[in-house]
Design a protein around this ligand. Structure first.
Ligand SMILES: [Zn+2]
Length: 205
């Protein structure tokens, strides 16, 4: 079985509880410490086996084989990737059955993040997530006063839009955000705008 490690939690000194995103489930497994175990880090894609045992109420994580990406040792790229996976864990941790969309999104993202600014890739992935969940509102209506936005706008968590007069925050040009929401592409945005959008993503998916 293959999956992405979204979360680890240390227990009893060296053992770990590990949450792994697979196509249909966020699996929680128990990893007993042992010198022969491959390292388990948030952000890694691994091949593994889940073994049920009387020793533990959780299935045991065994036969871990890391599946490397070409960019995994690029510190900055891997850092932003990990940040996104931590946010995804918080977003999915209470969901029982998952749509394969989330696993496939990480498959695509792991491929595209190798080629451009990691924050751009992750913002584009987040737009796909919002669209998939029916939370991307391309009509650009202010969520405070419920009136359409004509020129500039500010953005809140989940990329909700508001008039700068209704909600304090950095103003974005309406046409740029419209383009972003319709195409899921950051090509029309400069790096300073990407940094601002990334700050909003970090508030939570
Ligand atoms: Zn308004």
């Amino acid at each position: 079985m293959q999956g992405y490690i979204l979360h680890t939690h240390r227990v009893k000194d060296e053992d770990l509880i590990v949450s792994i995103l697979t196509p249909h489930k966020l699996k929680t497994l128990y990893r007993f410490y042992g010198a022969r175990h491959a390292s388990v880090h948030i952000g890694y894609k691994i091949d593994f086996e889940a073994i049920h045992s009387a020793k533990s109420s959780l299935p045991m994580l065994r036969e871990v084989l890391p599946l490397a990406f070409s960019w995994i040792f690029e510190k900055e790229r891997f850092f932003y990737w990990q940040q996104f996976l931590k946010l995804l864990y918080k977003h999915l941790k209470d969901v029982n059955e998952l749509d394969p969309f989330y696993f496939e999104l990480l498959e695509d993202t792991a491929h595209t993040i190798a080629k451009q600014n990691p924050k751009r890739t992750l913002i584009e992935s987040y737009l796909q997530l919002l669209y998939h969940e029916g939370r991307l509102h391309t009509e650009l209506v202010c969520f405070i006063c419920d009136k359409p936005i004509q020129t500039n706008l500010t953005l809140k968590r989940s990329f909700l839009c508001a008039h700068p007069s209704c909600l304090f925050g950095v103003a974005f040009a309406r046409n740029k955000i419209q383009n972003l929401f319709e195409t899921h592409s950051t090509i029309a945005l400069d790096d300073s705008e990407i940094d601002l959008l990334w700050q909003i993503v970090q508030e939570g998916l």
